[in-house]
Design a binder for this molecule. Structure first.
Ligand SMILES: [Mn+2]
Length: 407
């Protein structure tokens, strides 16, 4: 059996599990990531559930933090919980916090942990030999899952494409694997129009006022991530569903201005000596300098820095940002934690993809676990975890210790 056939079996099993526990009288709780891929995933799942006659309650998280998971899973509600675009790795922790025995389905594309639990099902292309960072995004996984629930859901292929674009799964080349199939399906459905040159990023979405694919993916992430603490997730979903309005353009302009100012200010600080350096890692701590932007933004900031000439092209990049003790829709939760986001400069990434240097998966999760931190949502070239506030230097030391045995 080839990898895709294996994955299709898993998707089918996931759909059977879902239908077995789905009750239209109970809202399906959708817990999802707050970037373009996570929001696309949430919208595909919501639409598929509504087409079955159900309703949804959506909660956007920056990560499936254990304290937030406990809060959600012990709430008043009954019924199925979906985790989208994260939590594949946290399946055991999620099962351990499921005292109410709610049916839980995880649809993710980040490195997962296998789980055998009657109440928790973990569907992930990486269990089947597919590349979660190249072949398909979470929106692709959720789209394939939605097809198992009903063939009418094939009209959402363009959102699987938006998820892949949002996650940058083309890695400088064209899209491959299942992403190429989603593109073909969306073109056939006339929900995606390709330009004569420039690939999918230059394409447009007729149903959303011919919005540019690349622009749409970027703007959905801006609303969901920069505006996370200020109702941006709902605006991002609105943009995905209905296209641009004057109000959305206004919000986007304000958020982009805030982001530009904060990024430029921090870049100046780092260039003036704010960047710390060890043997293999160059790092910095934002503390709360990016507030009220969500903690996704330290990752975006690291991506922007990645290939700037004042950084060392041979060292991994790590940035820390404090996690706010508040979750929109849930309220105050005292995390007392900081997020670390890591990226790799292009020359080093090339050596990493060629197997000559360790990937982030080889040392960041292990170092985080040494400190009792929380690991979820890691890829080889882009990864983030959380540790207790104040242990930033210890985490860098732990990574260097592990790297010393690998390099
Ligand atoms: Mn994703």
């Amino acid at each position: 059996m080839n990898n895709f056939a294996k994955f299709q079996d898993q998707l089918q099993a996931g759909a059977v599990f879902f239908k077995e526990h789905f009750d239209p009288k109970q809202a399906v709780t959708i817990v999802h990531h707050n970037d373009a891929d996570g929001l696309s995933s949430a919208l595909i799942a919501s639409t598929a559930v509504e087409r079955l006659g159900g309703t949804v309650r959506r909660i956007a998280l920056e990560k499936p933090y254990p304290d937030a998971v406990t809060h959600i899973q012990t709430a008043q509600e009954e019924g199925v919980i979906l985790y989208l675009d994260f939590a594949g790795r946290s399946a055991p922790e999620i099962a351990a916090r499921n005292s109410k025995q709610r049916p839980i389905l995880i649809l993710d594309h980040h490195l997962p942990t296998p789980i055998a639990d009657p109440w928790v099902m973990n569907v992930n292309p990486m269990f089947c030999g597919l590349a979660g960072d190249r072949d398909l995004s979470a929106a692709g996984v959720v789209y394939l899952f939605a097809l198992e629930l009903g063939a009418a859901n094939k009209d959402m292929a363009h959102m699987a494409v938006l998820g892949a674009v949002g996650d940058g799964q083309d890695h400088g080349d064209a899209f491959t694997g299942l992403n190429a199939d989603f593109i073909a399906a969306a073109v056939e459905q006339r929900t995606l129009r390709l330009a004569s040159t420039g690939g999918v990023r230059r394409g447009s979405i007729p149903r959303l006022g011919n919005a540019s694919v690349e622009q749409m993916a970027g703007d959905v992430t801006t609303l969901g991530a920069v505006g996370y603490l200020e109702a941006g997730v709902d605006q991002g979903l609105e943009l995905l569903e209905q296209g641009y309005t004057d109000e959305l353009r206004q919000s986007l302009a304000e958020l982009q201005q805030m982001q530009q100012e904060k990024f430029a200010g921090m870049e100046r600080t780092l260039r003036q000596g704010g960047l710390q350096s060890t043997e293999h890692i160059q790092w910095f701590d934002l503390c709360d300098a990016f507030y009220p932007m969500g903690v996704k933004m330290v990752g975006v900031f690291c991506s922007n820095l990645r290939d700037q000439d004042w950084l060392d092209p041979g060292k991994y990049i790590a940035g820390f940002q404090w996690i706010p003790d508040y979750v929109p829709g849930l309220g105050v939760i005292n995390f007392d934690a900081t997020k670390v986001s890591m990226r790799i400069p292009s020359p080093l990434a090339q050596r990493m993809f060629a197997g000559q240097m360790p990937s982030l998966l080889d040392f960041l999760p292990a170092a985080t676990q040494r400190l009792g931190g929380f690991v979820d949502g890691c890829h080889s070239y882009s990864a983030a975890t959380t540790v207790a506030k104040g242990s930033e230097g210890q985490l860098v030391t732990a990574m260097e210790e592990i790297l010393a045995g690998l390099v």
